[in-house]
Design a protein around this ligand. Structure first.
Ligand SMILES: [Zn+2]
Length: 249
């Protein structure tokens, strides 16, 4: 192989790499290889918290004493985004979560497969994150697990409008309600955590529901055939503690 050929090949690699980075405007992160979760903290100074943070998510949620929340979710028209990392439904204004005396607006919900949180060591095939924001900017996320079972009718409406390619959006007059993706028993376990994607910002008020809902095997497979497996590995608890159940023996 002559030197000219090597130089030309290197130039092509460099220029295509540079074009990719400048297109996105941000370092490329993902779930495997050089952009994978173990490298997030060093991909960019903005992502440093991914490796230096002490209250990171997800975690294994212990069998602890639960609390309650109140949701006031309205119907919203389907607006589904494939952002290359997940499938996300952007929510219309006016839906709220009340938790521990604070009120938050529902902004969007999105999915992870397999689940990011585990419940007392148990992983689930799918997890939905309902992302809310208070007036002061504080984020509150509600996580709900799906176990394999019957087809989920609310999920079916979203999946029918799932964009096949990254950076595509599908809007429709079909309406969905986030409340239909909540279990009957809405007991939550609260903990202080972070975004589970870069920049892994902390100060996120997590509410993980202890009761799962159902989705079919085919529904989980459709998600995984459209976006990659997108679960960040479990993060250390560090100084975070939980009130344990008072067992009656
Ligand atoms: Zn999430």
């Amino acid at each position: 192989m002559n030197k000219l050929f090597i130089a030309a090949a290197a130039t092509i690699l460099l220029s295509s790499g540079a074009a990719y980075a400048s297109d996105a405007g941000k370092p490329q992160w993902g779930y495997t290889g050089k952009g994978g979760p173990e490298h997030w903290g060093s991909l960019s100074p903005e992502f440093a918290t991914c490796s230096t943070g002490k209250e990171q998510s997800p975690i294994d949620v212990p069998d602890a004493e639960g609390g309650t929340v109140k949701t006031n979710y309205n119907d919203t028209k389907v607006n589904v985004v494939n952002n290359g990392h997940t499938i996300q439904l952007n929510y219309g204004a006016g839906s709220t979560l009340e938790s521990a005396g604070a009120e938050y607006d529902l902004l969007q919900f999105h999915f992870h497969s397999p689940s990011e949180h585990t419940l007392n060591g148990k992983s689930f095939p799918l997890e939905v994150h309902f992302v809310h924001k208070a007036q002061d900017g504080t984020l509150a996320v509600v996580g709900v697990m799906f176990e394999e079972g019957a087809e989920n009718a609310e999920l079916a409406k979203i999946w029918q409008n799932m964009p096949a390619k990254a950076n595509e959006v599908i809007t429709s007059d079909v309406t969905v309600n986030a409340g239909n993706l909540l279990p009957a028993d809405q007991t939550v376990i609260r903990y202080a955590g972070s975004l589970t994607t870069p920049p892994c910002s902390e100060g996120v008020k997590w509410h993980v529901m202890t009761s799962p809902i159902e989705a079919s095997k085919e529904q989980v497979e459709k998600f995984l055939s459209t976006v990659p497996a997108n679960n960040r590995p479990l993060q250390p608890l560090n100084d975070r503690s939980f009130k344990t159940h008072k067992h009656s023996h």
